[in-house]
Design a protein around this ligand. Structure first.
Ligand SMILES: [Zn+2]
Length: 490
């Protein structure tokens, strides 16, 4: 069966991934400057239609300096992104994009028309949620649409999904592959409503590796030959030597990548890569690490097996994505070296995305079976563990974003889960150093931190399932001091 045919059979409602594919996608990179403006205008129109539920109380732009809009949260209890308990009653003043003051006593304001007062009524104020393994451009399309679809349509769908993502309380995502640079720019400009995006740009892989979705008839690749569809769109780039890796890494950095993503081993949805395969050589991985570190940032790799994980660590990689097939010795190595594990608790139903009896389905089940052991090892060795979902090809699953988070209570306490999805995830984001596109502290509620805040109707530590129904339970959603939803506004 051809890879496109088998991908087209996937059920979009359930497809996700242990997977991390990288296919044909949309990119503004292929458009000339003059052609970009109409696309953005169209995105604006669609974005506005999608924000019916986003009640904007202020018109501050994301770059509003302090001295801009002012919001005062009164009588809130704070989950600060680090502690396992809520604070007592507090008042929190947000000015411009930052939290200016947190106080047990009253905070005076000028009570001008531009000051928004929010009576928290003893509810919980917490940091916005962070998803460390997201594919901004790949949530809504089916695999076939991604490979063959119209670029404008894919961009607009991604913009609408970005709005939904923010309205689920996810104020930041780390994009682990796909041409998200244009969408990120549109969000930062205020053209489209969405989360902060830490983009990786194209996934970098090898010939036959996870993310190489070419057909056999497209081989052999010769120097100077036209690029494949996935490469043209900026979804995935193929590199088969240290020199090629350096070029591909630097191309992503040129476009604004905040970190680099390589696939160090086989993947579930890839037609040509067995799960046990290791792809890049250590020299190739090291070339990527050198290029990224010269630019002040780091490399994260898709890897399941002990060999692929250990080789990546030897080459200087700082973050392992997935890791579901790791063994005890590898877990100890990850811990000893202070490497990050960005793991996912995939729901079993995701296997239904692949036809019964297919190789992809068998690969998924193998990965899924490793989930429990991976989290057990992560806890045993106190591995620095981040939370991400890796939702692909499923708007329906994306709508259960909060549920993918609360699944972690199988291994962690609710407080541990909430710390992981806020303060801990933000620690991993900070590895981007000066390539962090959003300088400032994220994932915490502290004076001076960026004001990405959620007002929760209840105590999420006592009942973490509140995050599963954001429309009902997230009363206020703020990003960078700007209110995108305020259900308390009369
Ligand atoms: Zn992925």
């Amino acid at each position: 069966m051809s890879s496109i045919a088998s991908l087209a059979q996937m059920r979009p409602e359930t497809a996700v991934a242990a997977i991390c594919p990288s296919f044909g996608l949309t990119t503004i990179r292929t458009l000339k400057r003059g052609q970009y403006r109409p696309l953005v205008l169209a995105a604006l129109l669609v974005g506005l239609c999608q924000t019916g539920q986003a009640q904007e109380a202020q018109r501050a732009s994301p770059s509003t300096p302090s001295g801009g809009a002012v919001t005062l949260f009164q009588n809130v209890r704070i989950f600060d992104g680090k502690s396992s308990t809520l604070s007592g009653p507090r008042n929190v003043l947000v000015r411009g994009s930052q939290i200016e003051r947190i106080s047990t006593g009253p905070i005076p304001t000028d009570r001008s028309a531009t000051t928004v007062l929010i009576d928290g009524g003893g509810r919980t104020l917490m940091p916005g949620l962070i998803d460390m393994h997201w594919h901004t451009m790949m949530v809504r399309p089916t695999p076939a649409e991604l490979l063959t679809g119209d670029i404008g349509h894919l961009n607009l769908a991604a913009g609408a999904e970005a709005t939904d993502t923010l309205m689920r309380g996810f104020t930041t995502v780390r994009d682990m592959g796909g041409p998200a640079f244009g969408l990120k720019r549109a969000i930062d400009e205020g053209t489209v409503v969405g989360p902060r995006i830490f983009p990786s740009g194209a996934i970098i892989t090898v010939t036959s590796g996870h993310g190489d979705f070419r057909q056999p008839f497209e081989l052999p690749r010769t120097l100077g030959a036209p690029q494949s569809r996935g490469e043209l769109t900026g979804a995935a780039m193929i590199a088969d030597s240290p020199d090629e890796v350096r070029v591909r890494v630097r191309e992503q950095l040129l476009q604004g990548a905040s970190q680099i993503k390589l696939t160090a081993g086989g993947g579930v949805a890839s037609p040509h890569s067995p799960l046990d395969a290791s792809t890049f050589t250590e020299a190739e991985l090291r070339a990527a690490v050198e290029a990224a570190e010269n630019w002040g940032t780091y490399v994260a790799v898709h890897a399941y097996t002990p060999v692929s994980i250990q080789r990546a660590i030897a080459a200087g990689v700082k973050c392992i994505e997935h890791g579901h097939l790791m063994d005890e010795a590898t877990a100890k190595l990850i811990a000893d070296k202070g490497i990050w594990l960005s793991a996912q608790a995939f729901p079993q139903e995701l296997g239904n995305a692949f036809p019964p009896g297919s190789l992809e389905r068998a690969k998924f089940m193998e990965v899924f079976a490793g989930t429990d052991k991976t989290y057990a090892l992560a806890k045993k060795y106190r591995i620095k563990t981040a939370f991400g979902t890796d939702v692909l090809f499923s708007r329906a699953l994306a709508q259960r974003h909060g549920q993918l988070l609360t699944m972690l209570t199988r291994w962690y306490t609710p407080a541990e889960v909430l710390v992981m999805v806020t303060g801990t995830n933000a620690e991993l984001l900070s590895l981007s150093g000066k390539r962090n596109p959003y300088p400032g502290r994220l994932g915490v509620v502290e004076e001076g931190a960026l004001a990405d805040l959620l007002l929760v109707d209840g105590d999420p530590i006592a009942n973490i399932r509140l995050v599963e129904d954001p429309e009902k339970n997230l009363l206020v959603i703020m990003k960078g001091g700007k209110i995108y939803k305020n259900a308390l506004r009369k």
